[in-house]
Design a binder for this molecule. Structure first.
Ligand code: RIB
Ligand code: CA
Length: 333
């Protein structure tokens, strides 16, 4: 019987918005087994799998963890404007590495995900951290439905984006690519935002060295995560990686311990119109743009105009320290 970790005043209250998703599964189980975090709700967004499949997966996972006390709510059924792009190619037919968990003992929360976010933020002003690890559709809808939540959210720590090239396309990371308009709303909202992108996820590879440590112990969560990670490591090996990138779990890791990463402030815009760059997170590393002034038939550069940062962009990570933390939280659960 897994007892809920009692929340204390020093724990960080989070809402995990997820498209589960195999690395989402590792992120959720890390969050549920970390005393630093108090998971107040799980909201489901379509991405890796459909909204329906994602909701089923989320319910089965909180049931496996014996956490039916946590509200699990459905959210958007599709991106704001474009068709959904699902990724069973990477995550398995059911989105959970083809692992069949037992039917859930938990019941879905009847509230609409974006409304649940709004309700919880107003109920605990300046205390809730949003941790989106899928497309940003639900977060954008929450802002659109009630912009007054922006100054009341403690922080947004999201898995998404990249300033060193994409994984879905040459320019775009999958979560952003699956709903660029939603991402632009979230990046421009004006709240404290940390972007945990491919730049650090691709440096944080769970290899068989760490998997073997999880394989030495047992428990329902331990064994589930072992199977998920084993599937992902095998898949990654087919594409030449020595381990599986811990994209979503690392975002949870940053919520646990921000010292795991270096995250300089930058101004980030999300491209929504580029023929080759739609979904790119375009970061201004210098914090300024040239001022071009028209003189006759040409412009002349006449100075620099400051560009205010709107995000902390993770550029470096202590990968081994995070991976050891992850293994320590999962072993034996
Ligand atoms: O690009 C990686 C992201 O896309 C992760 O969140 C993964 O789960 C997928 O949603
Ligand atoms: Ca995800």
């Amino acid at each position: 019987m897994t007892l809920a970790i009692p929340a204390s005043s020093t724990t960080r209250k989070i809402i995990l918005d997820t498209d589960p998703g195999s690395d989402d599964a590792m992120a959720l189980m890390l969050a549920l087994n970390s005393p630093e975090l108090d998971v107040r709700a799980v909201t489901v967004v379509p991405g890796n799998v459909t909204a329906k499949q994602g909701l089923e997966n989320a319910l089965r996972m909180v049931s496996l963890a014996n956490r039916c006390d946590i509200p699990v709510a459905a959210g958007a059924q599709h991106p704001l404007f474009q068709k959904l792009i699902t990724a069973e190619f990477w995550h398995g037919k059911n989105g959970l590495a083809n692992i069949e968990l037992p039917p859930s003992k938990c019941k879905v929360d009847p509230r609409y995900g974006p409304d649940l976010i709004i309700e919880m933020v107003h109920a605990a002003p300046h205390e809730i951290t949003l941790v989106p690890v899928g497309p940003l559709t639900n977060i954008a809808l929450a802002v659109e439905r009630d912009p007054s939540i922006v100054p009341l959210v403690k922080e947004v720590i999201l898995m998404g984006g990249s300033i060193t090239g994409g994984n879905s396309t040459a320019a775009a990371e999958a979560n952003i690519y699956n709903d660029p308009e939603a991402a632009q709303i979230v990046f421009q909202a004006g709240w404290p935002l940390t972007m945990v992108g491919l730049d650090v996820g691709d440096k944080t590879l769970l290899s068989s060295k760490y998997l073997d440590q999880i394989g030495q112990t047992h428990g329902p969560v331990n064994d589930f995560i072992y199977q998920v990670a084993h599937y992902l490591i095998d898949l990654s090996a087919q594409f030449g990686f020595n381990g599986t990138p811990m994209y979503d779990p690392l975002a949870v890791g940053v919520a646990i311990d921000a010292t795991l990463v270096k995250a300089p402030p930058m101004h980030v815009e999300v491209e929504t119109r580029g023929e080759f760059t739609r979904g790119e997170t375009v970061a201004n590393r210098h914090g300024a743009v040239e001022r071009n002034v028209l003189h006759g038939d040409r412009y002349m550069v006449e100075g620099l105009d400051k560009v205010e940062p709107n995000a902390k962009v993770c550029t470096e990570v202590d990968a081994d320290r995070f991976l050891q933390l992850f293994v320590s939280r999962i072993r034996g659960k």
